[in-house]
Design a protein around this ligand. Structure first.
Ligand SMILES: [Zn+2]
Length: 490
């Protein structure tokens, strides 16, 4: 499959895609456009952004086609060795998972707009970008000038790119990996500070898992003018869209910028490699239901911030402030008394990314973080600091990804038990599959760490909660707290 992306002579807002396909003597070819993208486990139906679909033989004669489903096209190609398919795609959604074109930039998530031949998803492909020579191209794919190369459609689909003459670039090497920052949307960026902080939390994460599986890793940053916060993970890169640009120099904005960056880097291992069995391989045509969102988003949300404090980027106070925000969201969500974490994970395909009906469900991010925190502290306490979730994650990486398979609940439970010597039956029954059982576990974790939750009422903000140190905590609690936020991997 040879893809070409064109941006000139089009209505504003559209990109044009041409796909050249060898038919291998088939009389019909089916072309599938993904209906969702990994990282957002709900249907997106990208086909609604496609217009002017057409198919031709190599002489430019029209070929007949029809649709077999909302995003599956059948082309009649009898007697033709090669065909060309063309269409336009509406690229006007500016976030971390969509595609957007303006006067000096084209930004594409290929999973939105490129089709694969049914039954041939593992074939290698190339993508030629018809963009001005002045454009730099930021992407995790191997490239030769404006030609990007992917060993399969999966790899192409996972490889967003920004092409622009207004990209800022900075890179550094550490632990055998070259880290790239690509920034679009501002004319200057505090790269020295960002490099210093990224070095710290990245080293922590690499040490936690035991290796860095990519030679180059790309942070693709979009700085928006409006208030915005969105990040999406990929195998060797991430796209992060944040705004407003006017707040870039403010500590609260920059700390949140680091938090989302650390979260997305952690996904490099946890979900891009350590992946639920239900998503191995991805099926782009339909829902890929999985009940393990507490692992791929919960543990990642927990470790995104934990990596910042344990690598010394954040102070203890900054970390507890961020944790207080999570605990406020948790305690203010009546859904925790109505629906389990496992079923809320299953239902991301239904309403996972909107507030939804009041009190219907929990969040795989927030309640997933609380679940990860509970497990981490239980393992820490039972082993006197010898083991913790770090070791569960590293072992899961070794026993699933490195063995070429996805994980299931039982793999996680087995490793939690092996690392702690505890029985995690009740934890899974109550916290993962149960309803309304967080309270007792959370109280136990707070007591073990010598922490308290203070309730605060504000006329404007409503009820919030602050996680604080208990001034009367004993020595054992103080010691466990110190081990919990210890500066490096134990
Ligand atoms: Zn995430």
């Amino acid at each position: 499959m040879q893809y070409k992306l064109l941006i000139s002579n089009l209505d504003p807002g559209f990109i044009r895609i041409e796909s050249r396909i060898e038919t291998r003597g088939e009389s019909k070819l089916n072309l599938q456009l993904p209906s969702w993208r990994p990282g957002r486990y709900e249907l997106a139906n990208y086909a609604k952004n496609v217009r002017s679909f057409a198919a031709f033989d190599s002489q430019g004669n029209s070929l007949n086609w029809r649709k077999l489903s909302k995003d599956l096209w059948e082309i009649n190609c009898v007697g033709h060795a090669q065909i060309v398919v063309t269409y336009e795609y509406w690229a006007q959604q500016y976030d971390a998972g969509a595609s957007y074109i303006n006067a000096d930039m084209v930004y594409v998530n290929p999973v939105n707009c490129f089709m694969y031949v049914e039954g041939r998803i593992s074939e290698a492909c190339t993508l030629e970008l018809d963009v001005p020579d002045s454009y730099q191209i930021a992407c995790q794919l191997e490239s030769d000038g404006k030609l990007l190369k992917a060993e399969s459609f999966d790899r192409l689909a996972d490889s967003p790119f920004i092409a622009s003459s207004a990209l800022l670039h900075h890179q550094f090497e550490q632990q055998g990996c070259c880290y790239h920052f690509w920034v679009y949307g501002v004319s200057s960026f505090p790269f020295a500070q960002l490099e210093k902080d990224t070095r710290a939390y990245a080293e922590f994460q690499v040490n936690l898992f035991g290796d860095m599986p990519c030679k180059d890793y790309h942070f693709l940053y979009h700085i928006l003018e409006n208030r915005f916060r969105h990040g999406v993970e990929h195998a060797d890169s991430t796209v992060i869209a944040m705004g407003p640009a006017t707040e870039l120099e403010q500590p609260s904005f920059y700390n949140d910028f680091l938090a989302i960056s650390s979260h997305e880097l952690f996904h490099l291992w946890n979900v891009k490699r350590i992946r639920p069995a239900e998503m191995w391989p991805y099926d782009f045509t339909r829902e890929n239901y999985a009940e393990t969102g507490y692992m791929y988003e919960g543990v990642t949300t927990y470790y995104g911030d934990l990596a910042l404090v344990r690598s010394g980027v954040w102070t203890e106070e900054q970390y507890l402030e961020s944790l207080s925000g999570d605990i406020t969201r948790h305690l203010n969500n009546p859904g925790k008394d109505n629906y389990s974490l496992a079923m809320s994970s299953y239902d991301t395909w239904l309403d996972g990314y909107v507030p939804g009906v009041p009190g219907r469900k929990v969040s795989i991010y927030t309640e997933g973080l609380v679940a990860a925190w509970i497990a981490d502290v239980f393992i820490l306490q039972s082993t006197h600091g010898k083991h913790r979730m770090d070791h569960v994650m590293q072992a899961l990486y070794e026993s699933t990804w490195k063995q070429g398979r996805g994980y299931r609940h039982k793999d996680i439970k087995h490793l939690m038990e092996e690392m702690s010597g505890l029985n995690f039956e009740d934890y899974f029954k109550d916290i993962i599959f149960g309803v309304g059982k967080f309270g007792d576990y959370l109280t136990k974790v707070l007591n073990l760490l010598g922490l308290v939750i203070e309730r605060q009422v504000d006329d404007l903000q409503g009820i919030s909660y602050r996680v604080a140190k208990n001034a009367e905590a004993g020595l054992a609690e103080q010691e466990l707290f110190a081990k919990w936020l210890v500066k490096a991997k134990i």
